[in-house]
Ligand binder design. Structure first.
Ligand SMILES: Nc1ncnc2c1ncn2[C@@H]1O[C@H](COP(=O)(O)OP(=O)(O)OP(=O)(O)O)[C@@H](O)[C@H]1O
Ligand SMILES: [Mg+2]
Length: 360
């Protein structure tokens, strides 16, 4: 199998529990060695998707392939896809060494081989020295690594991770996030990750599949998902968005003029579908809006506003700024440079940084 070849193919998969359509015609191709994330709110079907791939649920409809092999009917332990559970699911009465060795014991490897592999894997994950303790005697972050070690030692073709970082504190989560990505790249292991944390999804993934109510709403790179969301759900779920409904005034090649209440904006984004008088919604990210103290000669896309409120976040300040009847969120990075804005100011919207959402 080459890199860039499809390693896992999910084709039109549906799964129902009673009245709940947990998965609804889900299709996705996952490349070999890539890191793919299913991202979505609680209850959207992420865990169900992962369990379906792992072989804990049978699908009602559709096919799942690993390489050329249709795995719908292949039992879980023969899929070579290993799942790490959100709560780690370590065996509480076995020590860490035994926990990690468990799968190899079942495979009847020699004690000598097992000891060598456990040692190597623990070293790899920076948890050497913990062999003799039981899970209750190590920290959450260490348990997380043990769970990962227990999966990695089996050298699975596909690694399935269900919100593995959600029980850790913010700082540790950031560190392990970076380590996990490095490890995944180093091993080149095809990884499918599930989270409701958009920051995690953006930071880790080659590909993100945004889910809502059992369906994939958008698939793309983190960049595509963040800058060109297909609808207000994705725009709002991933990052912070100023979402504004307006009307098209006129159209040129490669640019549109739109009215959002009394605000007139030029948008430099080619659009084939919209015509004058059409209603549309735009998405403007808070960090793309500029705050100016003064303006000269009425430059384009500049409006007068009033600072309503702000919060200091260290690296940036988030402002709420009133323009007519609308309130915009604006992020100003490195506040030490500009101080804190108050009272009347001007906002400038970059014509190339306003995204038109294509939904009805
Ligand atoms: N075994 C089950 N029996 C019945 N309903 C289930 C079962 N597993 C999941 N569901 C339902 O299917 C839907 C999807 O659940 P799933 O666990 O996949 O969501 P999720 O996206 O992982 O959510 P979370 O972020 O809260 O973990 C939910 O409405 C859930 O209640
Ligand atoms: Mg879940």
């Amino acid at each position: 199998m080459n890199t860039n070849s499809v390693h896992l193919k999910i084709s039109d998969v549906s799964k129902r529990f009673g009245d709940v359509q947990a998965l609804h015609n889900v299709s996705l191709n996952i490349l070999k060695g890539s890191f793919t994330t299913f991202l979505g709110p609680s209850g959207c079907g992420k865990t169900t998707m992962l369990r379906t791939i792992a072989g804990f649920y049978e699908v009602d409809q559709g096919e799942i392939y690993i390489g050329d092999r249709l795995i719908n009917q292949v039992p879980s332990h023969k899929r070579n896809a290993i799942m790490v559970f959100q709560d780690y699911a370590l065996f509480p009465h076995m020590n860490i060494g035994e926990n990690i060795a468990y799968g190899l014991k079942l495979q009847k490897l020699s004690d000598h081989e097992i000891t060598a592999k456990v040692e190597k894997t623990m070293q790899y994950l920076g948890i050497q020295g913990l062999e003799k303790r039981i899970p209750g005697q190590i920290s959450g972050g260490q348990q997380q690594r043990v769970a990962l070690a227990r999966a990695l030692i089996m050298e699975p073709e596909v690694l399935l991770l269900d919100e593995p970082l959600s029980n850790l504190d913010a700082k540790l989560r950031m560190n392990i996030r970076a380590e996990l990505r490095q490890l995944q790249k180093r091993l080149g292991i095809t990884t499918i990750y599930v989270t409701h944390d958009q920051g995690e999804a953006l930071a880790l993934s080659d590909q993100i599949a945004v889910m809502n109510k059992g369906q994939i709403v958008q698939t793309g790179s983190p960049w595509e998902i963040y800058y060109t969301p297909v609808n207000t759900f994705v725009a709002d779920f991933v990052g912070t968005a100023n979402l504004l409904e307006g009307t098209v005034i006129s159209k040129d090649s490669g640019s549109l003029k739109v009215a959002i209440d009394e605000i007139e904006l030029r948008i430099d984004e080619p659009n084939e579908t919209l015509a004058p008088n059409d209603a549309m919604t735009v998405c403007i990210r808070p960090e793309t809006i500029e705050i100016l103290d003064t303006i000269q000669d009425n430059p384009i896309n500049t409006v007068k506003g009033e600072v309503l409120n702000y919060i200091f976040e260290g690296s940036h300040i988030r402002y709420w700024i009133k323009v007519g009847t609308r309130t915009f969120m604006v992020d100003v990075f490195d506040p030490s440079e500009k101080g804190i804005y108050a009272g009347e100011i001007f906002l400038r919207f970059h014509p190339g940084k306003i995204h038109i959402l294509r939904e009805e």
